[in-house]
Design a protein around this ligand. Structure first.
Ligand SMILES: Cc1cc2nc3c(=O)[nH]c(=O)nc-3n(C[C@H](O)[C@H](O)[C@H](O)COP(=O)(O)OP(=O)(O)OC[C@H]3O[C@@H](n4cnc5c(N)ncnc54)[C@H](O)[C@@H]3O)c2cc1C
Length: 291
């Protein structure tokens, strides 16, 4: 497998990157870690001839916790996030998703923003990012905008990004004291792409009743999906065995997977319920430890 001839650009400032995007955007691709892009180049999935490397722009390597959010810059690697105590402590489902994403070699190279922009419906970090109400910081020479991550993906490999735009950072609001989350993945091997993955978040009041919930699922539709009915079923209730079983069954009904080389649609639907149930039991355990 040979790669088509390409022209490589290595801007060292944001202005130089924006100029590159204005000039080559239609016919260019951004390169972060390259763990998705290089494979796609070998399989000739896209016709663009200009590669624009973003790794020389120092300010893109960033993990910052402010008074209201965590910001992750677009060339921050998955390993850097895994080694960050704040990520592990505040966003355990995101940390677990990264821990189960590929292996150390890939995580040393690959970025969180690359996982988001590649828009695979099976991407592990994306499922976790959905439950934290994450936002995508998009920039172009015309200015900046912030988009809820739930509106960012349009289909497999497709996002709302225009050719002259790039993702500068991902922002996650800081979770409250009674916000709990869990990520669960089913794969053929420890470092394989997910057969399915799920992430669940639950916020409870002082009496233990659920005041907010999100259920996200990967590899069950054209993009990473939410299960709004399952999440709504948890509201106003304590998470006992019956409520967990009911919500887990509803999530399975909300999934719309296909049959492919990894698993049948029926198996995936069944396993969504199993994994959502596991995530909710994990959340109950975490909330009890927190008392
Ligand atoms: C062996 C192997 C195993 C893998 N296992 C898993 C797994 O278990 N789970 C999983 O989720 N993924 C897995 N992956 C996929 C991949 O490693 C991840 O998706 C990774 O996070 C991609 O990051 P990257 O920096 O390498 O992206 P790149 O390959 O550099 O880019 C990916 C896409 O995003 C675009 N892009 C990158 N940065 C930006 C930006 N700032 N703005 C706009 N567009 C941008 C690129 O143009 C490209 O289209 C695996 C890959 C390999 C090779």
């Amino acid at each position: 497998m040979f790669i088509n001839e390409i022209e490589y650009h290595n801007p060292s400032s944001v202005d130089a990157l924006l100029a590159c995007l204005d000039q080559y955007g239609e016919n260019g691709k951004l390169l972060a870690g390259g763990t998705d892009l290089i494979l796609q180049m070998k399989f000739k999935r896209w016709p663009q001839q200009h590669i624009i490397d973003i790794k020389s722009i120092a300010e893109f390597k960033k993990i910052e916790i402010t008074a209201s959010y965590l910001e992750i810059g677009c060339s921050t690697t998955l390993s850097e996030l895994l080694d960050h105590d704040g990520v592990k402590g505040l966003y355990p489902a995101l940390w677990q998703a990264i821990y189960e994403l590929a292996d150390r070699q890939i995580r040393n190279r690959g970025t969180l923003v690359g996982n988001v922009c590649n828009a695979s419906p099976a991407a592990d970090a994306n499922t976790a990012l959905l439950i934290y109400h994450s936002e995508v910081h998009v920039q172009s020479s015309a200015g900046s905008k912030v988009v809820p991550i739930s509106e960012f993906w349009l289909g497999p490999g497709k996002t709302i990004l225009q050719p002259n735009e790039f993702v500068r950072a991902i922002r996650l609001p800081l979770p409250g004291d009674r916000f709990f989350s869990s990520f669960q993945k089913l794969g053929r091997t420890y470092d394989d792409i997910a057969i399915i993955n799920v992430a669940v978040s639950v916020e409870v009041d002082e009496s233990g009743q659920c005041t907010g919930a999100r259920v996200a699922m990967g590899a069950v539709g054209p993009t990473t999906l939410q299960a709004p009915l399952a999440a709504a079923h948890l509201l106003g209730k304590r998470l006992d065995r019956t409520v967990i079983e009911e919500a887990a069954a509803m999530a399975g009904d909300e999934a719309s997977p296909i049959t492919d080389v990894r698993a049948s649609a029926a198996y995936r639907k069944k396993m969504v319920s199993v994994l959502v149930g596991r995530a909710l039991h994990d959340i109950v355990r975490r909330s009890e430890e927190n008392q």
